[in-house]
Design a binder for this molecule. Structure first.
Ligand SMILES: NC(=O)c1ccc[n+]([C@@H]2O[C@H](COP(=O)([O-])OP(=O)(O)OC[C@H]3O[C@@H](n4cnc5c(N)ncnc54)[C@H](OP(=O)(O)O)[C@@H]3O)[C@@H](O)[C@H]2O)c1
Length: 344
């Protein structure tokens, strides 16, 4: 297979490190791999596939001789450097929210809308992690009987807020066990006016507040899903919650479809679908849990039930590792699709 020059911006972050693991695991065909971050990490040594690599501080010239650049260093960094990367001739797969709703930028989950990749003009966006996990599970049901309405509540792991989110939960649990005072410095987000304890608590705020009292995270789930399904009519309402779990997001999803899909039919459809594992046997207490789905690739679906309160409704419990399928793995799958279809 053709070998390409790859850059990873945000290499030292929670998602960046997972990118490196997955590139090695999947034997991604890179010739050179350039690790980029902020000046804080310049000179840091990281081992990739047994080889030591030195992290460089990103500059506008970092993308000369790069064919493919994965961006995962926050929205403002993408807005600053993606135009330089595209001008240098690289394709950017952006894991931040910077370009997701731009009409000229395809927003892609390979199991959902891979054909959109072909429309790219240099940048392809990776959706929000909670959205990826939800649409991967719902697309096969959407194809079977369209979905008219989605009501989703999320239970999102602290690693969704990056390496600092994980540190905060660890520090607070240690302080609690040691009988020390618990301090909250970071969550619900660095930029928030107030910070609240996450250990032994739930935070009903992810990202900042926006229109109609919804958070930006909640609106991302609505708008990104409509964009990827090419269905602006689908009605979606979301409530996103941070929970004291280290890794893997969980989602309680209720859907209303155009015709009745029974729970058995839904299980059969989902069992055949790519990227999904059905884990659903109440008689044996089998259902997905974030502790056991962390560090794995699939999106797991369980607790599939017909909604007793309306005609064509289903309830599902969906869990997936948001750093793998919700971020790094999805970006790498986009790149693999491009390579397999001579688009790179
Ligand atoms: N965590 C998740 O579950 C998840 C899921 C989907 C999408 N995302 C998105 O992925 C991106 C990264 O998230 P993360 O969780 O990996 O965050 P993180 O752990 O805080 O890591 C941030 C990374 O960005 C780099 N960075 C920060 N400011 C920079 C700058 N000015 N110039 C260059 N590099 C800079 C950091 O480098 P230094 O080490 O030098 O500071 C680090 O490598 C975010 O946009 C996030 O919204 C995260």
């Amino acid at each position: 297979m053709k070998r390409i020059n790859v850059a990873l911006l945000g290499a030292t972050g929670a998602v960046g490190e997972e990118f490196l693991n997955i590139l090695v695991e999947r034997n991604f065909p890179y010739a050179n791999l350039k690790l980029l971050a902020s000046p804080r990490s310049a000179g840091k040594k990281m081992v990739v596939g047994g080889k030591e690599c030195i992290v460089e501080a990103v500059t506008p010239d970092s993308f000369n001789d790069v064919d493919l650049a994965f961006f995962s260093a926050g929205g403002s960094v993408s807005l600053e450097y993606a135009p330089h990367a595209v001008r240098a001739g690289a394709v950017v797969i952006d894991n931040t929210s910077a370009y997701r709703m731009e009409p000229n930028v395809p927003l892609v989950v390979p199991e959902v809308n891979p054909e959109d990749i072909r429309r790219h003009k240099g940048i392809i966006a990776n959706p929000n992690c909670s959205t990826i996990i939800m649409v991967t599970a719902l697309k096969p049901l959407y194809d079977a009987a369209r979905i008219k309405r989605i009501v989703v509540s999320t239970y999102q792991a602290v690693s969704g807020a990056g390496a600092k989110g994980m540190e905060e939960l660890k520090d607070q649990v240690k302080a609690y066990v040691a009988g020390e005072e618990i301090t909250a410095r970071y969550l619900p987000s660095a930029g928030a006016e107030k910070h609240y304890q996450i250990a032994f608590n739930l935070l009903p705020q992810i990202d900042s507040f926006s229109d109609m009292g919804y958070t930006k995270e909640e609106w991302k789930m609505v708008k990104e899903t409509q964009k990827m399904l090419h269905d602006p009519e689908i009605r979606i309402t979301a409530t996103t919650i941070r929970v004291p779990v280290f890794r893997s997001h969980s989602e309680s999803i209720n859907i209303e479809q155009e015709r009745k899909v029974t729970a058995d039919e839904a299980r059969a459809i989902l069992r055949k679908a790519p990227g999904i594992v059905v884990q659903d046997d109440p008689t044996r207490q089998e259902y997905p849990m974030p502790l056991f789905t962390a560090d794995t690739d699939p999106v797991y679906v369980g607790r599939i039930r017909e909604d007793n309160s309306c005609e064509n409704g289903l309830n599902l419990w969906v869990v997936g590792d948001q750093i793998r399928k919700g971020a790094a793995l999805n970006s790498i799958q986009i790149a693999e699709y491009m390579l397999a279809n001579q688009l790179l």
